[in-house]
Ligand binder design. Structure first.
Ligand SMILES: NC(=O)c1ccc[n+]([C@@H]2O[C@H](COP(=O)([O-])OP(=O)(O)OC[C@H]3O[C@@H](n4cnc5c(N)ncnc54)[C@H](O)[C@@H]3O)[C@@H](O)[C@H]2O)c1
Length: 399
């Protein structure tokens, strides 16, 4: 059975005693008693959405052979509300038994890593990877390694932990270009969302020489067919990934928010909301391939329509898995604080996975998602067997 058609192990609904809003934790799979997945905050977040995301995490960890299951947290609250920190703190405090021992969480839509780390520090849990760090043979050393990796400086004045997910998305794009023989310099990209994932992807695609012609944030689409000056635009972002329109150069066209979906570009990267590509807007897609940086970016019905048009979707659980995979490589001591090692490992693994998915697509028109599910299912069997055989070793083998 694949994670796709299995029921989650647990669905939990929390009611905030102060605001009355709801938060959700869904644990889809556990490996050695541990699951991983970020926590999102969004007004309108539902249990169904968190379930989809937890299933995606289970596929993600298995596809990348990570010795951990998949879970997700979600809170139905506006992250810009002044009460947002308090809501997140109460949610984490309520879920403390899970966060102490079984659930490794991290940033997601509306919840930056520094915010969740502040909450963990306030709760005396050090850092959001606490449940895994606590199982390592030398927790203090593992914590030092994790902090050094997350805070390693990279180009653009940013930190490795903030850009690695977007770097992985850029590698998925470059993997497609390589598999289809496209010249990076001739390849155009449109990106919906310019926060952690979209911004990181835009930076590394621009650096690779691809032409990012459109980016969108929650306020609208910015378009320049000759290519946008990505580093300059990223400098104009606020903490929520929104670009200050008063400082956007005059040659950049300001279009409605959803115009990004129909921009003529080789690659479309949805990197903001879930269900960004739906039956009611899928006909507008003008790209040759969709690379899902956002979780659950394409509805199944919309993806089926894209497939009939010959447009493959590189699924979220592959394309955006960079941050999760890297976090576990760091926890396991397989990469350290040198960004070059992390980038090399991620580039190699991401491009190899994309090449595999596209081979099945090119030869037999198997949707990349289906090939990914099969890979995840096969890996999950091997991972759970290994965990059962070594059940007497509780430490996940983290050095
Ligand atoms: N941050 C991570 O490590 C990570 C890892 C894997 C997957 N993801 C997924 O990537 C997606 C984005 O996460 P993030 O962490 O980059 O979020 P973020 O909050 O840092 O950025 C979100 C961006 O999307 C924009 N946006 C919001 N609504 C929009 C809309 N309707 N149209 C266009 N733009 C809109 C915002 O203005 C912002 O630029 C989510 O689906 C998340 O689950 C994130």
């Amino acid at each position: 059975m694949t994670a796709q058609n299995a029921e989650p192990l647990m669905r939990l609904t929390w009611t905030d005693p102060v605001t009355g809003t709801h938060g959700y934790l869904v644990v889809h799979t556990l490996v050695s008693g541990v699951a991983t997945g970020g926590t999102r905050m969004r007004a309108g977040c539902t249990m169904g959405e968190v379930e989809d995301l937890a299933r995606g995490m289970a596929n993600k960890t298995a596809t990348f052979n990570l010795p951990v299951g998949g879970a997700k947290g979600g809170i139905d609250f506006d992250p810009k509300d002044p009460g947002a920190f308090g809501v997140l703190e109460r949610f984490c405090s309520f879920l403390r038994p899970w966060l102490e021992s079984h659930w490794v969480t991290a940033e997601d839509l509306g919840v930056p890593q520094h915010l969740i780390d502040d909450v963990f520090a306030k709760l005396g849990l050090q850092q959001s990877y606490h449940a895994a760090i606590g199982r390592s043979a030398d927790p203090e050393r593992t914590l030092r390694r994790v902090q050094a990796g997350l805070n390693a400086p990279v180009a653009g004045g940013l930190l490795l932990g903030d850009v690695v997910g977007g770097y992985g998305v850029a590698q998925a794009c470059q993997g497609v270009a390589a598999a289809w023989g496209w010249d990076d310099a001739e390849t155009t990209v449109a990106i919906q969302g310019i926060g952690t994932m979209g911004g990181g992807a835009a930076w590394y695609l621009h650096e690779a020489g691809m032409r990012v012609v459109a980016v969108a944030d929650a306020a609208g689409t910015l378009y320049r067919p000759e290519g946008l000056d990505i580093p300059a635009l990223l400098d104009l972002r606020d903490n929520f990934g929104e670009i200050d329109r008063s400082r956007v150069p005059a040659e950049v066209q300001l279009l409605p928010r959803d115009a990004v979906v129909g921009i003529e570009a080789d690659i479309f990267v949805p990197a903001a909301i879930s269900y960004a590509i739906r039956e009611d807007n899928v006909d507008a897609i003008a790209a040759k391939v969709v690379i899902e940086a956002a979780n659950a970016a394409t509805t199944p019905q919309a993806e089926a329509l894209l497939v009939t048009r010959g447009i493959p979707v590189i699924p979220d659980f592959v394309a955006n898995a960079g941050a999760a995979a890297w976090a576990w490589w760091l926890l396991l001591g397989e990469v350290g604080a040198d960004p070059a090692d992390s980038f090399l490992r991620l580039r190699t693994e991401m491009q190899a996975k994309v090449a595999l998915l596209l081979t099945e697509w090119n030869v037999d028109r198997v949707p990349p998602r289906v090939t990914g599910w099969q890979l995840a299912a096969n890996n999950h069997v091997v991972l759970t067997q290994a965990a059962t055989e070594h059940a007497e070793r509780p430490a996940l083998l983290i050095p």
